[in-house]
Design a protein around this ligand. Structure first.
Ligand code: PGA
Length: 254
């Protein structure tokens, strides 16, 4: 059985005080209100990870994730953060290949393959993002494009290593725009990606892989999106910055 996950990608938002308040509120609300077997992953700015760790209860339900890591494990890379540093402070997940990193920081599929390797080698679970632009959605082979992102960054992994990958399908045209993929569009892509995984790794690995949807998911549309058979939760941006709304999204993933 694959895991349900709702991850909050805070991006470059919140002061430390605000981050602590948001974390405490989410911890309390999730403890009080969420009964199902869904894992919550908070991905704050890296600067806050050490502090926020102290606000998380021990146990499996709420974990911390980083928003990025470097492809090398250490070295002369001023300003960067390495995977071993993250795992050493109790971080369990790392978002890799977010479309903003691809667009603004020029991350390529090949570079992301290296980041995935380094993350896995250091015990982090990559939340690997993929997704197409609006232009591709309207005029091109957008399913082929997204499948290729997985092929080039992930398919060098053994089936055993692949078992530690979480995928997040995030159509770029839906990120932060208020435009959400319809549940049908999300389901179609998720099913196509799962089929692609099955062709490489077999049906069992494909069935066990968590595939999240991201892109303007919120408390109003989450239940419909998460009800799709191949949508296993969400990677939530804007709606993860408010404790009430984020918890409501988590509840929709039960
Ligand atoms: P959004 O962002 O929910 O604000 O659209 C999602 C993401 O970029 O992960």
């Amino acid at each position: 059985m694959r895991k349900k996950i709702v991850a909050g990608n805070w991006k470059m938002n919140k002061t430390l005080d605000e981050a602590v308040a948001l974390t405490s509120e989410v911890v309390n609300m999730v403890n009080d209100e969420v009964t199902g077997d869904v894992r919550v992953v908070l991905c704050p700015p890296a600067l806050y990870l050490t502090t926020l760790r102290q606000y998380l209860p021990s146990g499996a339900r709420i974990a911390l994730g980083a928003q990025n890591c470097h492809e090398k494990a250490s070295g002369a890379f001023t300003g960067e953060i390495a995977a071993p540093m993250l795992s050493a402070i109790g971080v369990q997940y790392v978002i890799l290949g977010h479309s903003e990193r691809r667009q603004y920081f020029g991350e390529t599929n090949a570079q992301l393959a290296d980041k995935v390797n380094t993350a896995l080698a250091n015990g982090l679970t990559p939340i690997f993002c993929c997704g197409e632009s609006l232009d591709l959605r309207q005029n091109g082979d957008f399913i082929g494009f997204v499948k290729n992102q997985l092929t080039e960054s992930l398919f060098h992994l053994s089936a055993e290593a692949f078992a530690n990958i979480v995928i997040a399908y995030e159509p770029i045209w839906a990120i932060g725009t208020g435009l959400t993929a319809s549940s049908e569009q999300a389901q179609d892509m998720h099913a196509a990606l799962r089929e692609h995984l099955a062709s490489q790794y077999g049906a069992e690995v494909a069935d066990n892989t968590t595939i999240l949807y991201g892109g303007s998911a919120n408390e109003k549309n989450a239940a419909e999106l998460f009800a799709c058979p191949d949508v296993d939760g969400g990677l939530i941006g804007g709606a993860s910055l408010k404790s009430r709304e984020f918890t409501n999204v988590v509840k929709a993933a039960r």
